[in-house]
Design a protein around this ligand. Structure first.
Ligand SMILES: Cc1ncc(C[n+]2csc(CCOP(=O)(O)OP(=O)(O)O)c2C)c(N)n1
Ligand SMILES: [Mg+2]
Length: 594
């Protein structure tokens, strides 16, 4: 049988090193399905429950492997379902290629069934979107889609009308006017700033007496260089959410996460520094950085577009984090005065004590912080920990202690619900020998996580290490937003929008063939983690947690405190509990000698 365009496209993706495609079928991609069958597992199709999950998985795959992620969906509704996951990839700068079907060329423009103007629909989310109108186009469209996704670390989309997919492939176009001859292969360049820019940056850093570093996902893989620069400058290092795994949390000068989900140590680092060195981060919340004009700034980013958009910088270096810091090091003078560094380390040590005390505070039924704190002692080497968007993102950001060799991810910029379980599945498929843990709120679990448990069940037999735990924080509430209503808007909790039905998550897990553990008492949390991580199959750990434990930022601003008080006065249904628990958490943090 002659090779079809669909077979050719899969072969070309294979040449690009793509061996896994996340997707869901439909007649808009019939020929691709036939071709996947003929491809005999290379590339393989990972079948999801909902196309959005396939886009999240492609994004998660990219985040956790550095490779391009690929998702596949049918025309019309399937393509539309991809969008949120693709925006997640776009906003977090991940290389993802989406392949979508379309109706036959002759029906387009005829208000045909499932006919959606896909080029316009994907225009905004994609750096590059093209319709393959002709078999000879397929080669350069695939080559460009993959290369642009990798080179720009972004999303590209290819639309294939189903009749084109079924035509005979043209591997090499006729040699005539208009034909293109593209090729496979991309190697990331070495990106380094010019020497005079490095010197300008070094001068600022050498003159500083209290240097703070803020690292993001651009610093993943640059741990050695970040540590050496921090040592030389006597600096403390805060981490943006996507840079959570850039440095382990057991280093004494690492202040942990920053911002609304951050630590008090990071808050103090930014409050008291005189110089800011930002590396590979576009952390958005400027109110958590020093006030404009109060400190001097240096920034390093691989993407020139991301420079100087959060804090005014005196030196803005376009460069790879590791390479640039290595080039900067010989120009930096070691700070002899170590008082600032010691102050940072004291603040970090103090913070970890606060975290433990906060986690052990009584709550009803279980303090969600304790669920994460107890995991720290049991988290296996090499673990991958993902978090959804919700109050558990706070605990993931603040309580979780990542060690060297671990990975972590969230939806950093889109902050979308629904990412944690698909990311975890993509992580496990890419690294079947590594333990994976996902933190998910009950709302996010009900939104899509529970459906993807079926995907876990479908693929778990191939995982050499069975450890895969989905920890569901059951609080009966869309809690993060409930607290945002209280703290940011000064409104009481609105039960009609916030309260959600109870789903017996552990029992549901058992129903689909997985292990389920339900925890209702604080003293059972530890054994629950032990059992979950010793299970011969993936586990849903259903923790009944207290919605009245505030996912409070380390430093509640006066305005937020006033708003919260206003909300409670206005008649928040949970006012008694909320007030008591906020106050207690705050006291633990503030009182000396506690
Ligand atoms: C797709 C999407 N819809 C809505 C939101 C707004 N949102 C952010 S967190 C959250 C609540 C999540 O609730 P749950 O998963 O139960 O976690 P909890 O905060 O209760 O721990 C909502 C509704 C969002 N970020 N993404
Ligand atoms: Mg919830």
């Amino acid at each position: 049988m002659a090779q079809l365009v669909a077979d050719f496209v899969l072969g070309r993706l294979r040449e690009w090193g793509i061996h896994r495609i996340f997707g869901y079928p439909g007649d808009g991609i019939n020929a691709f399905l036939g071709a996947l069958d003929r491809a005999d597992g290379d590339p393989e199709l990972i079948q999801v429950r909902h196309e959005e999950a396939s886009a999240f998985m492609a994004c998660g795959h990219a985040k956790l492997t550095g490779e391009v992620g690929v998702c596949l969906a049918t025309s019309g509704p399937g393509a539309i379902h991809l969008l949120n996951g693709l925006y997640d990839a776009k906003l977090d700068h991940q290389p993802v290629v989406a392949i979508v079907g379309q109706q036959k060329r002759m029906s387009l423009g005829g208000h045909y069934q499932q006919e959606v103007e896909l080029t316009s629909l994907f225009e905004d989310v994609s750096e590059y979107v093209q319709v393959c109108m002709e078999p000879a186009q397929a080669r350069h469209l695939v080559d460009r889609a993959v290369r642009i996704a990798l080179a720009e670390r972004t999303v590209t989309t290819l639309v294939f009308p189903n009749d084109v997919q079924e035509e005979e492939a043209v591997a090499s176009p006729p040699r005539k006017h208009g034909a293109l001859f593209s090729s496979v292969g991309y190697a990331a360049p070495r990106v380094l700033p010019h020497q005079d820019e490095l010197e300008r940056a070094a001068a600022v850093l050498n003159e500083g007496e209290r240097v703070a570093m803020l690292v993001g996902q651009g610093a993943l893989g640059a741990a050695r260089e970040v540590v050496e620069v921090a040592d030389t400058l006597g600096a403390g290092v805060a981490k943006a959410l996507l840079g959570r795994a850039a440095l382990p949390d057991d280093l004494p000068f690492v202040t942990g996460s920053i911002g609304l989900l951050g630590t008090r140590a990071s808050y103090e680092l930014m409050r008291d520094c005189d110089t800011l060195l930002m590396v590979g981060s576009s952390f958005p919340y400027a109110e958590w950085l020093p006030p404009e004009g109060t400190v001097r700034g240096v920034q390093v980013d691989l993407d020139g577009r991301m420079l100087g958009i959060r804090y005014p910088m005196e030196a803005s270096l376009v460069g790879d984090a590791a390479e640039t810091l290595r080039a900067l090091l010989p120009l930096l003078r070691r700070k002899q005065e170590r008082g600032w560094r010691e102050r940072v380390e004291r603040s970090v040590a103090d913070w970890w004590r606060v975290v433990e005390e906060q986690a052990m505070l009584e709550a009803s039924p279980v303090n969600p912080q304790r669920v994460v704190w107890e995991l720290n002692a049991h988290l296996p080497d090499g673990a991958v920990v993902t978090a959804d968007s919700g109050s558990s993102t706070n605990w993931w950001a603040r309580q979780l202690r990542l060690r060297e060799g671990m990975s972590a991810s969230v939806s950093g910029t889109l902050a979308t619900m629904g990412c944690a379980v698909p990311y975890a599945i993509a992580a496990k498929l890419a690294h079947p020998d590594r333990p994976v843990v996902a933190f998910v709120g009950d709302g996010a679990f009900q939104m899509n996580g529970m459906n993807e448990l079926l995907t876990v069940e479908k693929y778990r037999a191939r995982w050499s290490d069975p450890r895969f735990v989905i920890c569901v924080f059951v609080n009966g509430d869309l809690n993060q937003v409930t607290w945002e209503q209280r703290a940011l808007a000064g409104d009481p909790k609105y039960p009609a929008s916030q309260e959600i039905p109870y789903l017996p998550a552990a029992r549901f897990a058992e129903l689909v063939g997985l292990n389920g553990i339900k925890v209702e008492r604080p003293e059972d949390v530890r054994t629950a983690w032990e059992e979950a991580l010793a299970s011969d199959r993936p586990t849903v750990l259903e923790a009944l947690v207290d919605p009245d434990v505030p996912p409070l930022p380390p430093h509640v601003s006066f305005e937020q405190a006033t708003n919260m008080a206003a909300a409670l006065v206005k008649g928040d249904p949970d006012r008694g509990d909320v007030f008591e628990k906020s106050l207690r958490a705050k006291l633990v943090e503030l009182l000396p000698g506690r």
